[in-house]
Every structure is written in structure tokens, then in C-alpha cells.
Design a protein around this ligand. Sequence first.
Ligand SMILES: Nc1ncnc2c1ncn2[C@@H]1O[C@H](COP(=O)(O)OP(=O)(O)OP(=O)(O)O)[C@@H](O)[C@H]1O
Length: 267
Amino acid sequence: MKPFHPVDRDITLYFDDVSFSYGAVAVLRHAGFHIHQGEFVALVGPNGSGKTTILKLILGLEEPQAGRIELLGASPRSSRNRIGYVPQQAGYDQAFPISVREVVKMGRLRPLSRKFTAEDSRAVDEALAQVEITDLAARPYTALSGGQRRRVLVARALAASPNFLLLDEPTANMDEESEERLFKTLGRLKGSTTILIVTHDTAFVSSLTDRVLCLGSRENPGNPYGVVQHKTHPESLGAEADSPGNYRINHNSSIPGNSCYEEEGGK
Ligand SMILES: Nc1ncnc2c1ncn2[C@@H]1O[C@H](COP(=O)(O)OP(=O)(O)OP(=O)(O)O)[C@@H](O)[C@H]1O
């Protein structure tokens, strides 16, 4: 695949005029945005606006009908091994006694044929420590709370040393403490890897977020969506300025479009 802009070496993800439909259901129309290496970006939008669809396109599970997508300088399919994907949940059979360490180890099992080395073991230890779950390593995964499981899945993704970390609704059903811990972990990762968080929780848009990609428009219900980019903007400074939720989406009037639902006062 020929790069769009060979000069822009630091671009992790390009969506260039992408349109996508499921049969008669048009989801994206002329969606265009890019994410730079090391950026921390939130993709927000109401239910059904196409966030999961964008995820599928990034992971190469769907192909756009028009436009092009470039991930880490190549097609999504050929680059997806370099993505650390954190799903909302990973189901392991309750009867399958898999430990937290073993789940994180799965992040290193690419390609499947090779043997597990001392370096893999170090990467697993490091990922457990990064997410602060070393103390849970021997516990059965299925015995953990939803929030703890989510952090294990972040560690699994990090164990692969990804160039791009993609998190799908990371705070859904998470208790406050887990959310705070995840926020701290992401803060430590910021800058060292490119991060895209897909969420409809605009409270998670925070001091960590460099940019917000907004999907959807209330003015045109039922129409396919475009993507509008906004900078984040501190709502209140002070002691809690670094906490999640203290930042709001700054609707920069220089950016065309009125397509972020939060503008109308949130959900
Ligand atoms: N496989 C499919 N076939 C047909 N329509 C689909 C399919 N998957 C999703 N859609 C439709 O495409 C639109 C976008 O769905 P998508 O799941 O990407 O939205 P979303 O923003 O992730 O929503 P949510 O916040 O509820 O998870 C919705 O109208 C949805 O009903």
C-alpha cells in the first residue's frame, strides 16, 4: 500500500475520506482524521454513531466502500499485529482455571508456533507491574471484579509492546477506584505509545486527552456520520485538574461542524 504522505512519518493512523455502510445502513460519510505517534485521543459519540465500526475498520475486520485507511504506514490487516487491543470484556469459561499471569502471557503468543522465552517472561512481569496487578498474578482471572479484569486486559495488550493501544469503552461498568487506577496507568503510558480510547463517557475525556474525535450530529438524525476534531480544554484548574472528568470538549469555532453531542449539555 502506498503511503498517503510519506513525509509525515510520525502518523500512526489515517482515515482519508472514508465512507462505510452495512448494506443499506450508512454509518460513516467522508470521515477524515489522523492520529500522530504518541498522541492520546478519545473517540466519542452517542450509541449507534459508529464507534465500534471505526474500531472494526482500524482492526481490518471491515473494509471501507470508499476512501482509504492507513495504519502504521500500511493497510490495517498487515499492521494489526502491532496494535494492542483492549476489548470491553474477554470471556473465559468459568470452569477454565486460567490465572491472571496466563491471560497476560497470551499477549506474547504471536506467532503461536514459537516458544515462550525469558524475554517474554520479563515482558509479562513488566506489563503486570505497569498496570499494578503484580499481586493478582496467581489469582484465577474469572474470580476478579469487572474493573480488575479490564486492567488485566490492558496488561495483556501491553505485554505485546504495541505501537498503538486501542481501548474500547475502558471505563464501562468500572468502579471508581479501578477507573482511577486505569487513569493513572494510561497517564504513565502517555507519550510512549499512541492511544485511542473509544467511549461514550465524555467524563473520561481528561487532562490526558490531546484531542477528541466526535462522531455524530443531532441536526441530522438518521444520516451517516462524519468525524469532527476538537481540542480538550480544562474546565476547572486547581488541585483536581489532573483527574478524569475535569476537562470538557472545547468546541473550537475554527473547526467546522456542530457534531459533538456533548455540546448540548451531555447525554
Ligand atoms: N453488522 C451490522 N449490520 C447492520 N447494521 C449494523 C451492524 N453493526 C452495526 N450496525 C449499525 O451501524 C450503526 C453503527 O453501529 P456501531 O456499533 O458502530 O455504533 P457505536 O457507536 O459503537 O454504538 P454503541 O455506543 O451503542 O456501542 C448502528 O446504526 C448499528 O445499528
